[in-house]
Design a protein around this ligand. Structure first.
Ligand code: ZN
Length: 311
């Protein structure tokens, strides 16, 4: 499972950074990609990544500013040529449905029949047997969301020592014991799974926020996330400017990461005023408060580890 940064700039594209889009390649068994925002030319950036438009299963839009959505019609149109069987669902603030439907219909694009568009409110917006997605409200002048993607906990490992004590040797019986609540053995003995299994294994938690001013109150929602992706439009010495434009500084992103006790912070949405070397200063500023900070570049990829102890 990986995070692919397709565009990491703020507002305008530059030679170094395209406008915003981030993809989460879901675990192998799901064979799907979830996209977060789709700025102009996102489909061109996709061509430089290993990800395929036909594999995109969900697109989460943080807000309707052009640098986050102007790539959608083109991407949807291209995706329709790839004859994907995968139902595509798009989530975003009120207005996203009209934007997509109008741009597809006036351009005569035939993709809407496989498209489901959800105009969302804060709260849980998706859940299936393995995952949940929560939308949290941000502060950016227009409705704007952050998305918290969380994997459900899975059953712990069988305790081999305990099973041995009960006279059960490793073998196919282990799988049976793990798969059902109670297993009857040929000798009449019955084994309750709860007695021989270790604690649940927690799932991964990834928080991808849209544009926002500093919101320290988000710390509870973000608690212990494996990865927090936070905008860092401005450097630490511009907090007033950041606030005035509905954005955050590198230091503010780091303060939130620390307060929420996340494991890794990735800074993105970097203003074009910070050229290559200057942008790395943003990460250095953040590290003074939160050490495990990375600066996203276009096409950079970060692994999302199964257990935080691996990272
Ligand atoms: Zn914006």
């Amino acid at each position: 499972m990986e995070l692919h940064f397709l565009g990491t700039g703020a507002g305008l594209p530059s030679k170094d950074r395209n406008v915003t889009s981030i993809c989460l390649s879901m675990p192998q068994e799901r064979q799907a990609v979830w996209m977060f925002d789709c700025g102009e030319a996102t489909q061109h950036q996709l061509l430089h990544s290993p990800l395929k438009p036909g594999k995109i299963e969900k697109i989460f839009i943080t807000h309707l500013h052009g640098d986050h959505i102007y790539g959608l019609p083109g991407l949807l149109s291209t995706r329709s040529f790839q004859q994907s069987d995968l139902q595509l669902e798009i989530y975003g603030p009120r207005g996203i449905k009209e934007y997509i439907e109008v741009s597809l219909s006036v351009s005569g694009s035939q993709v809407a029949n496989s498209l489901l568009i959800h105009e969302i409110e804060p709260g849980r917006i998706f859940e299936d047997e393995g995952w949940t997605v929560e939308a949290v409200e941000l502060s950016h002048g227009i409705p704007c969301f952050g998305y918290i993607v969380e994997e459900k906990a899975t059953l712990g490992e069988l305790n081999a020592d305990k099973l041995k004590e009960l006279g059960i040797s490793p073998g196919p019986i282990y799988r049976q014991i793990k798969n059902q609540e109670v297993t009857e053995l040929p000798n009449g003995q019955s084994i309750r799974r709860a007695d021989v299994v270790g604690p649940d294994k927690p799932g991964r938690k990834i928080a991808i926020l849209g544009d926002t001013t500093y919101l320290p109150e988000l710390k509870d929602n973000l608690d212990s996330a494996d990865i927090l992706v936070h905008e860092s439009t401005f450097s630490a010495d511009e907090p007033d400017m950041a606030k005035a434009y509905g954005h955050s500084t590198a230091l503010q992103a780091a303060s939130l990461a620390k307060a929420a006790n996340v494991k890794k912070l990735i800074l993105t949405h970097i203003s074009a005023r910070y050229h290559q070397d200057e942008a790395s200063i943003l990460a250095e500023q953040a590290r003074t408060v939160f050490q495990n900070t990375e600066l996203a570049e276009d096409l950079s990829v970060f692994e999302v580890y199964k257990n935080s102890s691996d990272s």
